[in-house]
Design a protein around this ligand. Structure first.
Ligand code: OFO
Length: 167
């Protein structure tokens, strides 16, 4: 059984994962109407699906542990971006924000001596390490590419092989 404090913290994370899914879905929709970046588009769609999976995993955990997972209202994410680099920049910033949020719940689980939740959260800790590293790599590549259209063509080709959190 989870405490009210843990339940509230996990429900807040449900909201954040749901919002992440929306944020990346908006990036995907924007990317889809930009010419010639089909694989970047599908990367954002996959990332959005992955975040929904993270949300569902939390929902099941809360309910399985005797709590009640609350499906949150969501705010509208950014819909357009000045450039592809800007979109990837916001993706990295967003992932850093999510990591900080996960770390906060890890802290709470320890102070509540809720070792089951602490154990459950380790999956998210590992996932965030991967996702932040991936977002940094992609940003570094885009930095190198700058305004080179040929470079962007290759970036779009390469991103097809990138795995987002096992998806
Ligand atoms: Fe849910 O992993 Fe990214 O944010």
């Amino acid at each position: 059984m989870i405490s009210k404090t843990i339940q509230d913290a996990l429900n807040e994370q449900v909201r954040i994962e749901a919002e992440s899914s929306q944020v990346y879905l908006a990036m995907a929709s924007w990317a889809e109407i930009q010419p010639g970046i089909n694989n970047i588009t599908s990367f954002f769609y996959r990332h959005s699906d992955e975040e929904r999976m993270h949300m569902l995993k939390l929902i099941h955990f809360i309910n399985d542990r005797g709590g009640f997972a609350v499906i949150p209202a969501l705010k509208q994410p950014a819909l357009t971006f000045p450039s592809i680099k800007h979109a990837f920049d916001s993706l990295l910033k967003h992932e850093i924000f999510v990591s900080e949020s996960i770390n906060k719940i890890v802290d709470i689980s320890l102070s509540e001596k809720d070792y089951a939740t602490h154990n459950f959260l380790q999956w998210y800790v590992a996932e965030q390490i991967e996702e932040e590293a991936l977002a940094r790599t992609l940003n570094d590549k885009l930095e190198l590419i700058g305004d080179d259209k040929g470079g962007l063509y290759l970036f779009d080709k390469d991103i097809l092989t990138v795995t987002v959190g096992g998806a």
